[in-house]
Design a protein around this ligand. Structure first.
Ligand code: ZN
Length: 442
């Protein structure tokens, strides 16, 4: 298998380069024509890889997906392989060292928008099919969507079409390892929620010399209220939202500081391991405030102020319940009897994956075989809403998240890239996983 994957890798890379050349972005304002081209290219790649059935799936109100199927031997398990072909916009092209939609290799990495996120996932599934020379030991069904980055209606597709997603195991190849060459399963994704909080104190702005003192300042009240969400260490403290200590691999502090761009003399905030702070504890951030700008500010007591608060929810907690706990906190901690109103906004459920089943056993063995080192469990600070949707639609399936992205891939940023050796290892790992699962050796 290792030799077959190595011999085929030039084809995998050629597939990836062709995909990177198509700027298919699902965000409003970007041309559908490029999405259609990218979709057709995915269809061509899967046909050429030997899938006997490949079709375009039109999604109501969304961008087309691709469905490719290959039957395994009678009675073999069904494995659903997921990726997405749409990409983030390139952003400011002047920040790229090479043009975003022209694949370019430097130091073993292939640069280009989508090279990692998630066109790497698209080509992994095709290369795995070729590795089995058209006769996979499991029934394979590949679903590649075209609107993941934008967050279109495809996310609800598993709930409305559970039969399409029915499988014994689902591989979401839209993540990666915390370090090159160190295999990882992503087993926890934080949920999210958001609220808008508003303080009102006066009928209108009044002179701070004549009224300041007894007249309550809405902006000071809002700031005082927001400050109650964190303690002196910077830890988020909301009654009813409890995190836990991360027991998988930790995150290297120096790597984290470097990738996050934390100033060298600025300590990290919060307590516990970096991984716990990043993957398994709650956190609130104030992401916007409506208040008078400093430019042109006058000496007045502010009558109203508003903030948007973003919440990241520990995996395993219900995101709606967590958001409601945040609302209760804000309503009950207003200083000085100030009137506060809180408006709930979006939530996205987090996920904590059960890794005790037979597919995980097969994948653990495959990772060891492919990378030569035992797999570790990592979390993800962000959420993948589709995973929650899959868990709800196919409750019996084991969901595995692994792939070829790594922290140096700079996904969503300028100079996105994929490490080519890592991509080859990811192909081998997925192929060995399917072989192990199909042979029932574990
Ligand atoms: Zn992605």
């Amino acid at each position: 298998m290792r030799q077959r994957v190595a011999a085929d890798f030039a084809q995998a890379r050629a597939d990836l380069e062709e995909l990177v050349r198509i700027p298919g972005c699902a965000f409003p304002g970007f041309p559908d024509e490029q999405i259609d081209r990218a979709c057709q290219k995915v269809i061509d790649i899967y046909r050429a890889a030997g899938f006997p059935q490949v079709q375009r799936l039109d999604i109501d109100g969304g961008k087309p997906a691709v469905l490719a199927e290959a039957p395994g031997p009678p009675g073999s398990p069904t494995v659903l392989l997921y990726a997405h072909y749409d990409v983030q916009p390139a952003g400011d092209v002047s920040l790229w060292d090479s043009p975003p939609f022209e694949p370019s290799e430097r130091d073993g990495r292939l640069y280009g928008r989508g090279a990692a996120d998630d066109k790497s996932g698209v080509v992994i599934h095709a290369a795995v099919m070729r590795a089995f020379e058209g006769r996979p030991p499991c029934t394979l069904r590949v679903i590649v969507e075209g609107e993941e980055e934008w967050g279109g209606p495809f996310t609800d597709h598993p709930r409305s079409h559970p039969d399409l997603f029915a499988a014994d195991a689902i591989v979401v190849a839209d993540v990666g390892n915390a370090r090159l060459g160190q295999p990882a399963f992503t087993t926890a994704l934080r949920g999210m929620g958001a609220v808008t909080v508003e303080c009102r104190t006066l009928a209108g702005a009044v002179h701070s010399g004549m009224f300041g003192g007894p007249a309550p300042d809405a902006l000071m009240a809002l700031i005082t209220l927001l400050a109650t969400m964190r303690d002196a260490d910077g830890e988020t403290v909301i009654e009813g939202i409890d995190g836990f200590d991360w027991d998988g691999a930790d995150v290297d502090e120096a790597d984290f500081r470097d990738i996050a761009g934390v100033d060298p003399d600025q300590p990290l905030i919060g307590t516990g391991s970096v991984a716990s702070r990043l993957f398994s504890k709650p956190v609130v951030n104030v992401v916007g405030i409506d208040a008078p700008p400093t430019q042109g500010a006058v000496n007045a007591v502010i009558p109203e102020a508003k903030a948007r608060v973003s919440l990241r929810v520990p995996p395993g907690l219900d995101a709606v319940a967590a958001r409601d706990a945040l609302i209760r906190h804000l309503e009950s901690h207003a200083p000085w009897g100030v009137h506060v109103s809180v408006t709930p906004d979006v939530v996205g459920q987090g996920v904590r994956v059960d890794t005790s089943g037979p597919a995980y056993a097969a994948a653990r063995e495959a990772m060891l075989q492919a990378y030569g080192t035992p797999v570790q469990e990592i979390g993800a600070g962000g959420s993948i809403p589709l995973v929650d949707s899959l868990l709800a639609a196919v409750p019996g399936a084991e969901i595995l998240l692994f792939g070829a992205q790594d922290p140096l891939a700079r996904i969503h940023a300028p100079n996105e890239s994929v490490d080519l050796a890592e991509l080859q290892r990811a192909i081998l790992a997925e192929a060995l996983f399917i072989r192990n699962l199909g042979s029932g050796v574990l």
